[in-house]
Design a protein around this ligand. Sequence first.
Ligand code: ATP
Ligand code: FE2
Length: 331
Amino acid sequence: MICLGIEGTAHSIGVGIIKDVKGSCRILSNLIKAYQPEKGGIHPREAANHHATYIADLIHDSVQTADIDFADIDLLSFSQGPGLGPCLRTAATAARALALTLEKPLMGVNHCVAHLEIGRGTVTGCTDPVLLYVSGANTQVIAFAEGKYRVFGETLDVGIGNCLDKFGRTCGLGFPCGPKIEELAKQGTHYLPLPYSIKGMDIAFSGLLTCAENYVKNRAQMEDVCYSMQETTFAMLTEVTERAMAHTEKQEILLGGGVASNRRLREMIETMARDRGAKFFVPARAVCVDNGAMIAWLGFLMYNSGLRMSIDDSVINQRFRTDMVEVTWRG
Ligand code: ATP
Ligand code: FE2
């Protein structure tokens, strides 16, 4: 079966085409176009305008790259939520229009679950992981338990990527700041104390963000502040992930989201995995970040398990929670 998936939850619009090959995912194409605001943060309506401008070309290019015809597509899927309303609506509208034109079925999928399933579908040996999903807007520790993907811990305020981006923007680093902070952190030598804020299994970053910004205002070395931010936030993420591993007794850790590119975070999670005798997986960057292939793959899994979605049921849900999804495709 061939499925075309459209991802449009936030600042990027992506179109991916996958084919299922004996239960695993073969990616035929996976194109992404990211909206870059000239200054400041992402304005949802402007990001949606960006997506509307590029989506038709992306669909055509994706079909061409996959070396298929439109008639070969068996299923259309799209990110139904969570995300920014105007962006979600743009992706959903494109998917509906394509489904109606091609007279093919449509499936809306949960974006966070898609991050986990693309790891299971594309990484050899990754079968039942605890996912540490770290992106701009999202920070969640997710694992399968009793028929659902459950959130074992998450941020109570901003996502880790947004925390890094906000800090960088205040300090004039330019968007996206995560990679720049990673480079500066390598030169940091002094650890500056920052709030380490874990509440139960959840995390909060906003106090730490204010404190880090104050260090910069008071002329601390930028390298030291970046280093201290990474050490503190990544230690919090590692602690919550380890607790979820212990609680669920799972033996695999999967990283997902744009922040999974960070070498220091990988190193800390990998060390924790090794100490527990667990396996550690990071998918290729192209499927870690928001992308259409993961949406296509989850659409396929859902459809293949017997689920169906009418156009009327395909309304977007900005607050679509991970544990609202009935997981019908896992035994
Ligand atoms: P979502 O809608 O899933 O929240 P998003 O569009 O905000 O996604 P991604 O594309 O998954 O996010 O990731 C973008 C984030 O990743 C940005 O906040 C960026 O700063 C961060 N990032 C990218 N590379 C690195 C890095 N090397 N170190 C730390 N953060 C990074
Ligand atoms: Fe994402």
